[in-house]
Design a protein around this ligand. Structure first.
Ligand SMILES: Nc1nc(=O)c2c([nH]1)NC[C@@H]1CN(c3ccc(C(=O)N[C@@H](CCC(=O)O)C(=O)O)cc3)C=[N+]21
Length: 297
């Protein structure tokens, strides 16, 4: 029997609706408008895709949106100056510096220059440490979106075997922390993992975040497992155009899994919705207000 399709696009719309409602309350009751600043250097194609949808959605939920597009050649000094200005701007509650940064910049240094309270990507070393020790933090958007969909589908995740394929700082590692926080038994697999198919076959939950198109076939999936496909890969079609595929071979996996997220329309839209949720959270915390409901980890 074919898997249930987890509709990330619809789920993201419901998250944005919640965000929008709580933003309206903030504006009305407290005269506060959450503000998000996105800093983009150069013209990385993946980042372009992301920015296109993001600015529009930020305004749609009633937030203040600022975009800083800088040349690829921007110096570290100039970028740090901009971050410092945004850190000190009371109208800005969230700062996102698009990754990857150009080669000549040290991304660790740049990310760690962001005020951790405004680090809506959750990439600052303080937020990484807080998440790793189970303390209140800003949680990276993609793993947060995956967690929301998993909780919605399963109810409790307690005791489930979760395999995260991919060990990046932006998805794999924080995803593993969140699943551990929800009492999953977590395995982080990667390119050097021995017998990856059998590791994946042990999973009740598979998080595919390797960045290799259609790498995980249905034959690796345990029947009935939940498959969350984080990959967004553009591959050529026969007609010379391109199409988006995930890290999972959808057509075979959908026949075996119990539930699966599609690409596009799965994790991607949830990432942007969670960025808006994090901006709202940052605004509430900055003003000593209660955490937004149903939008944090
Ligand atoms: N600091 C930082 N944080 C990020 O979160 C970040 C980043 N840098 N750099 C670039 C990547 C890329 N990324 C995407 C998010 C959503 C979609 C998305 O919504 N995709 C749609 C498809 C869009 C299309 O049709 O092309 C979908 O999956 O359905 C795509 C890509 C966030 N990124």
């Amino acid at each position: 029997m074919a898997a249930e399709i987890i509709d990330g696009k619809a789920f993201a719309a419901s998250v944005r609706e919640k965000v929008g409602a709580q933003v309206a309350t903030l504006v009305q009751d407290h005269g506060l408008t959450p503000g998000l600043a996105v800093v983009l250097l150069g013209d990385d194609p993946a980042s372009q895709v992301y920015v296109r949808n993001k600015g529009k959605q930020t305004r749609e939920v009633g937030m203040h949106s600022v975009e800083h597009r800088l040349p690829e050649s921007t110096s570290e000094e100039d970028l740090l100056k901009l971050i410092d200005a945004l850190n000190n701007d009371p109208a800005i509650h969230g700062i996102l510096v698009q990754l990857p940064l150009p080669e000549h910049l040290n991304s660790d240094l740049v990310i760690n220059a962001i005020d951790p309270a405004k680090d809506v990507d959750g990439f600052h070393i303080s937020n990484v440490g807080l998440l790793g020790t189970g303390q209140k933090s800003m949680v990276p958007c993609t793993p947060l979106g995956c967690l929301m969909m998993l909780r919605d589908y399963h109810g409790s995740l307690s005791g489930l075997n979760a395999v995260v394929v991919g060990r990046s700082n932006i998805v794999g590692k924080p995803m593993a922390q969140l699943l551990l926080g929800d009492s999953c038994t977590v395995t982080i697999a990667h390119s050097r993992t021995k017998d990856l198919p059998s590791v994946v076959r042990g999973a009740d939950i598979v998080i595919a975040a390797v960045g290799r198109p259609q790498m995980i076939p249905g034959a690796w999936i345990k029947p009935g497992a939940t498959v969350i496909d984080v990959g967004i890969n553009r591959i050529p079609k026969e007609d010379g155009k391109t199409r988006l595929v995930g890290d999972v071979e959808f057509d075979s996996a959908v026949e075996v899994a119990g539930a699966i997220t599609p690409v596009p329309g799965g994790v991607g839209p949830m990432t942007i919705a969670c960025l808006l949720a994090n901006t709202l959270t940052a605004c509430c915390r900055a003003n000593g207000l209660p955490e937004p409901e149903g939008l944090t980890a």
